[in-house]
Ligand binder design. Structure first.
Ligand SMILES: [Zn+2]
Length: 191
């Protein structure tokens, strides 16, 4: 598991888990391999700025098996990460932390979603109550990881934008579904 921890936040006690590819940026079946492959969703940047204004600690939980598959170079991976953080900050948002799983499915690790390892690691680092914390993602594996960690899963369904929703199976169906990150966070943090 790869962990990036930001400077401690100031005063907030609310947290949100988000997937990266397909949630913050446009996903690519051929993997996000370089900074040039990385394209933000404008509404996601807006959502992250909105969350920062409300002192919600946003934690990225992302499978990046392209690393151990040898498809994504390590230098490029961290360059993408740094570029993402910079872009989010320029738009007025921030991240509290990011957890990445570099493993291939056949490695049988405990961090690759749908395993809850990354979420549980974050819950050990921060005073997070899983039962009242949401995990937003665009795949079944995100909802299952949320379930397995005892969190509340939220499905981002961008199919209205022309993004094909990944085949969906296994999650228990008791999750909310939103067409974008901004709508999702407005609903979750409505107060
Ligand atoms: Zn892993």
């Amino acid at each position: 598991m790869l962990t990036w921890i930001n400077s401690p936040p100031s005063g907030g006690d609310r947290y949100l888990f988000v997937d990266r590819d397909g949630v913050i940026n446009v996903d690519d079946d051929a993997y996000i391999k370089t900074v040039d492959d990385y394209g933000f969703y404008a509404e996601a940047l807006e959502a992250l700025a909105w969350l920062k204004a409300r002192r919600v600690g946003v934690i990225v939980i992302s499978n990046q098996s392209g690393l151990n598959r040898g498809i994504i170079a390590w230098d490029d991976f961290w360059a993408i990460h740094e570029s993402m953080v910079r872009g989010i900050r320029e738009a007025g948002g921030d991240l509290l932390a990011a957890y990445y799983c570099p493993h291939r499915p056949d490695e049988g690790c405990s961090c690759r979603k749908p395993a809850p390892g990354m979420i549980l690691a974050a819950c050990n680092t921060y005073p997070i109550t899983p039962e009242t914390t949401y995990m937003i993602g665009d795949r079944t594996s995100d909802l299952l990881a949320a379930e397995n960690a005892g969190c509340r899963g939220v499905l981002l369904d961008r199919s209205a934008d022309g993004t094909e929703l990944a085949p969906f199976e296994g999650a228990d169906g008791s999750f909310d579904r939103f067409p974008g990150l901004l709508e999702a966070v407005h609903s979750i943090f409505s107060d």
